[in-house]
Design a protein around this ligand. Structure first.
Ligand code: COA
Ligand code: AMP
Length: 630
């Protein structure tokens, strides 16, 4: 069957379609219903069924003859180490780690926050939680203590699993002081912190609360997989919303296992035994779905890469990994390719390696500019597939499905809706707009399996943020259009979320931090175009009257403040001090216009603007920091 037939079947007979897909998963008990529609707008998949995600990702592959196959290859140019873990070894280690966290009092339904770098123990920690039915919440290492504290308070974990340090290019980042600070800031207190000591920077442990990882594992007995309901949460993953309060996306066990396993074969076109590499971080959804769960559920070998596309040690780093480990399919963000292109525009490094096994490169995480896509396909000589998804969906909404039918590639478009998703472009009144016209991209409810079921302990915010724009539709927050061939073109966000180096950031959250500075009266943050990172945040700040300090001092304090409160991952380095912000007469800050000015793009001055002269002042200020043609 081709794409059209499979897509149609997924929409017309969703129960049969997903029940068929569910045959790839081991269940302890059957479902009562494939799709449970008893509590709209909350939908559940496979309700009544029981399974264990860790069993499906590890144990069952032993019985299936994959015990000796590599489950995970750890490749760490920043520490100069590599290690391979077979399915047998991985299962054994995860079972013992699960025993260790059970000994620390963690049981089914308890939350465990994981704040760790890209090391095998992090993957084991996630799977160990899944094994005993605990709900993990991984926090990306590039976030500051305050962000970690916010997540700790929301998730209320019984245990925090962490490591003594992370390693960025050329620098060791001690994690333990960040964790300790977060725990001081948070009101919730976990019973224990389990700390993995890395030799690059060992951390002192607090007696009573902190427990040494290796000691704990040494004395633990392996734990068996605990059956959980298909509808029980597997994990919470926090993502940027429009305010400083992140949203805790909840993923279930059953729908997630079915959808990810289906996606590996049908979207990525990989077979069990293939080597699959997502060059991302386990702190992001790409890492959850396609470093950890997707490849392991499907019996592939996954690569865990602790390094960067450039600088570890050179722009040939990705090609070395592909060649050395025989990668069949790779996935990363366009920004990684822009970084490589900047250092090796002619693609000289590619020629040093044998990349003959590589079949496909997938890109996602931000809009993929056609230049980057064309360059990548030229130097690699394989199809480069732009696909579109978000933390909330957990797997692609639109893609060229390589395991179904290869459709013509149109650079700049993530191709067509993936089976299971009814994607439409709507106007403000909920009417579908004609092809070629930009509107709000929405997905008809119910969403397919594997997508978010709610926000952690906040059904109301889930409904408000995603389901209330139009009755019966999920708001993706992205704007774009559909062309006459049914291809989607995802162009921009409709809210104040920006995408920096494939990382999703809230400008609203940064504005809250800037407003916290005692000299700041008002602040706006916009995302300006950046050749490498796609978008970079820029602050426009009005100082309180009477403040007569050196503006450069205030600017560097503001940069430091965002780094301290949100983290280095925000890449917040540019601030312009302005007399006033452009606003409508009703007081709405005109961020979109400031963004156009920063990018030297044309804009229309709205009739409702309070004072059009402000726009000239903004242009002058942006020029002083290298934007608006300055
Ligand atoms: N722990 C601690 N700090 C971290 C971190 C982590 N896990 N990850 C990033 N940071 C820090 C970086 O060291 C950097 O700090 P600096 O301001 O002191 O230099 C800052 O956060 C910004 O990081 P990043 O935006 O990643 O910029 P970079 O200059 O270090 O690297 C790229 C740029 C393009 C090479 C890098 O972003 C990259 O490889 N991106 C590719 C893909 C990707 O992972 N996408 C994620 C979603 S698929
Ligand atoms: P995240 O939740 O961090 O994965 O970010 C999701 C957001 O990134 C989406 O809502 C889009 O705005 C953007 N995005 C991801 N992939 C693409 C893509 N292929 N094309 C355009 N935008 C994308």
């Amino acid at each position: 069957m081709g794409y059209d037939d499979i897509y149609r079947r997924s929409r017309e007979q969703p129960d049969e379609f997903w029940a068929d897909a569910a045959k790839s998963i081991d269940w302890y008990g059957p479902w009562d219903q494939v799709l449970d529609e008893s509590h709209p707008p909350f939908y559940r998949w496979f309700s009544g069924a029981t399974l264990n995600t860790c069993h499906n990702a590890l144990d069952r592959h032993l019985a299936g003859g994959r015990g000796d196959q590599a489950a995970l290859i750890y490749d760490s140019p920043v520490t100069g180490t590599q290690a391979t873990f077979s399915y047998e070894e991985m299962t054994r280690r995860v079972a013992v780690l699960a025993g260790a966290i059970r000994d620390l009092g963690v049981a089914k339904g308890d939350r465990v926050v994981i704040y760790m770098p890209m090391i095998p123990e992090t993957v084991m920690a996630m799977l160990a939680c899944a094994r005993i039915g605990a709900i993990h919440s991984v926090v990306f290492g590039g976030f500051a203590a305050k962000e970690l504290a916010t997540r700790i308070d929301d998730a209320q974990p019984k245990l925090i699993m962490s490591a003594s340090c992370g390693i960025e290019v050329g620098k060791v980042i001690p994690y333990k002081p960040l964790l300790d600070e977060a725990l001081e800031l948070a009101s919730h207190e976990p019973a224990h912190c389990l700390i993995f000591q890395r030799p690059q920077a060992e951390a002192p442990l607090a007696t009573g609360r902190d427990v040494d990882w290796s000691d704990s594992v040494a004395s633990a007995e392996p734990a068996d997989c605990v059956p959980v309901a298909a509808t029980d949460p597997l994990y919470i993953l926090y993502t940027s919303g429009t305010t400083g309060q992140p949203k805790g996306v909840v993923r279930d066990n059953g729908g997630h296992a079915v959808a990810l396993s289906w996606s590996m074969k049908h979207i990525y076109g990989v077979e069990p035994g293939d080597v699959y590499w997502a060059a991302s971080d386990v702190g992001w959804v790409v890492g959850h779905s396609y470093i950890v769960y997707g490849p392991l559920l499907h019996g592939c070998t996954t690569i865990l890469y602790e390094g960067k596309p450039v600088g570890t040690p050179d722009p040939g780093a990705f090609w070395r990994v592909i060649a050395e480990h025989g990668v069949d399919v790779m996935f990363t963000a366009p920004t990684a390719f822009r970084a490589i292109k900047r250092e090796d525009p002619g693609g000289q490094y590619v020629r040093k390696y044998d990349l003959s096994r590589l079949k496909t490169l997938f890109l996602a995480g931000e809009r993929c500019d056609p230049d980057t896509l064309n360059w990548a396909s030229e130097i690699l000589g394989v199809p480069v597939i732009d696909h579109w998804w978000q933390t909330e969906t957990g797997w692609p909404i639109a893609s060229n499905c390589m395991g179904i039918e290869v459709l013509p590639i149109k650079p700049g478009s993530p191709t067509r809706a993936v089976p299971g998703y009814d994607v439409r472009v709507l106007d403000h009144d909920g009417r579908e707009v004609p092809n070629g016209e930009i509107g709000s991209i929405m997905v008809r409810l119910p969403l397919p399996p594997g997508t978010l079921t709610t926000l952690w302990q906040n059904d109301e915010r889930y409904v408000d943020a995603y389901l209330s724009a139009q009755d019966g539709w999920y708001l993706t927050g992205d704007a774009g259009y559909r062309d006459d061939d049914g291809y989607l073109w995802v162009m921009s966000r409709i809210d104040d979320i920006i995408n920096t180096a494939g990382h999703r950031l809230s400008t609203g959250g940064m504005e809250e931090v800037l407003a916290y500075h005692p000299d700041v009266a008002e602040a706006a943050v916009i995302g300006a175009a950046d050749e490498l990172k796609g978008e970079l945040p820029i602050g426009l700040v009005v100082l309180k009257s009477g403040v007569e300090r050196d503006p450069d001092d205030v600017k560097s304090e503001l940069v430091k403040l965002v780094r301290e409160k949100i983290g280095p991952v925000a890449s917040f380095k540019k601030v312009a001090i302005v007399e006033r912000l452009p606003k409508t007469r009703s007081g709405k800050v005109l961020r979109g216009i400031m963004r156009n000015i920063a990018d030297s793009k044309p804009y229309k001055t709205p009739a409702t603007i309070d004072d059009p002269v402000v726009l000239d002042e903004i242009q002058t200020a942006l020029k002083t920091i290298g934007y608006a043609g300055g």
